[in-house]
Design a protein around this ligand. Structure first.
Ligand code: HEC
Ligand code: HEC
Length: 343
């Protein structure tokens, strides 16, 4: 079933690149048009870098190199390999398990020696579309970011040089790096391999995308009601801007505020007091797989999130002007949740 969906998505995406005129036409009647989102997330794919899933725009290219299938395959193996941590117990996937949309099911994930990370491990969908990484945007690119967990004392507790030495000595990775980069493992190769894999973690082709393509039955009436609320009085679209459902901007919603004071947020990265409390807008795609929510994992369910926005975010702290209380009936809250869960 999923394979069929993926095949259909790939076929559609290919049609988009070869014949743009056809890409605007509704799908042929024979194509599967499920009204439920992916039951399990689609596997990351190198093909998504050039032919993104239905509904997503072309993916920006990284600067300085052209990703290859060999880099993707190497990055995929590295992502799931605990050898990148000092004691070989923690992999990227330990905190970003594929089955839960690459987000961790705990509010704060555990790194090396059972230590807790400082923030919630976010979903990794569509990060190839964003430049700044981390909830506070402190990291300027995917390539720059992917080495940071390896060196982080709470996460993988190793060091980039030590990791490179281990990779060079490894019977599999020695030749694999040589094949992908024509040279022995080094920091740049490690960055490019991991970033290429993360770029392939793309998610589109939701009922929402099929609805926009002309399949009127792809969304249920309740989900359409939720979409309307999202785009009208909910005001959600202003920050969670379709089709990626993020503006990649930073906003104070009050998550993590304590005793009348906002969490530091983006101020940690910029040193600018005006950035206090601002965190990066996360995508809303794949949400039904990725609970709990927010930079601290403080919202357990989508219903909790909608209630949080209905209250207008945290009280007694200065918030983004777009955060205002919402008068939402129980039916409207349920509709909004149904729409969010369909993305
Ligand atoms: C111990 C848990 C842990 C491990 C191990 C880990 N991560 Fe993460 N990851 C996190 C947390 C927590 C964040 C949020 C960090 C922040 O905002 O400061 C994050 C953020 C990210 C982001 C940025 C997402 C965004 O929306 O900005 C990417 C990309 C990512 N991780 C990829 C990786 C890769 C690749 C590896 C392996 C090299 C890895 N992670 C290892 C916990 C982990
Ligand atoms: C002012 C910009 C803004 C508006 C308006 C906004 N959001 Fe958000 N949203 C954010 C930011 C920023 C975060 C992350 C906050 C944090 O963790 O500190 C977020 C987080 C979320 C999350 C959690 C996602 C995750 O992966 O953790 C959901 C779900 C969500 N918003 C849904 C909505 C809905 C529904 C609406 C409309 C009722 C809405 N948002 C309106 C900026 C906004």
């Amino acid at each position: 079933m999923i394979a069929a969906l993926l095949a259909a998505a790939t076929a559609t995406a290919q049609a988009q690149t070869t014949t743009p005129a056809q890409a605007q036409a509704p799908e042929p009647a024979a194509a599967p048009t499920p009204s439920t989102p992916h039951a399990t997330p689609p596997a990351p794919s190198f093909a998504f870098l050039t032919t993104p899933p239905l509904g997503l725009p072309p993916m920006p290219k990284p600067s300085g190199y052209t990703p290859t299938a060999a880099m993707f395959a190497l990055g995929e193996r590295l992502f799931f390999d605990p050898l990148l941590s000092r004691d070989r117990t923690v992999s990227c996937a330990s905190c970003h398990p594929a089955a839960t949309g690459f987000a961790h099911p705990d509010p704060l994930p555990k790194g090396i020696d059972g230590q807790l990370a400082l923030r919630h491990a976010p979903a990794l969908w569509n990060r190839g579309y964003g430049a700044l990484q981390r909830w506070d945007g402190a990291s300027p690119s995917l390539e720059a970011f992917v080495l940071e967990p390896i060196a982080d004392a709470r996460e993988m507790g190793f060091g980039v040089d030590a990791a490179i030495a281990r990779l060079r000595a490894d019977a599999h990775y020695g030749p694999a790096f040589a094949a992908a980069f024509d040279q022995p493992a080094d920091a740049q190769g490690l960055q490019r391999a991991l970033a290429t894999y993360v770029r392939g973690i793309a998610l589109g082709d939701a009922p929402y995308d099929r609805f926009l393509r002309g399949d009127a039955d792809a969304l249920t009436p309740q989900q359409r009601h939720g979409q309307w609320l999202f785009e009208s009085k909910g005001g959600c679209w202003q920050c969670h801007t379709p089709p990626l459902f993020t503006d990649e901007g930073f906003h104070a919603t009050g998550v993590g505020a304590r005793d009348g004071e906002l969490a530091a947020g983006r101020m940690t990265a910029t040193g600018d007091a005006a950035d206090r409390g601002r965190f990066k807008t996360p995508t809303l795609r794949g949400l039904r797989l990725t609970a709990p929510y927010m930079h601290d994992g403080s919202q357990r369910t989508l219903a909790d999130v909608v209630d949080f926005y209905a209250r207008g975010g945290a009280a007694d702290v200065p918030l983004d002007p777009k955060m205002r209380g919402l008068d939402l009936s129980p039916a409207e809250r349920a509709a909004l949740v149904a729409f969010l869960a369909s993305l």
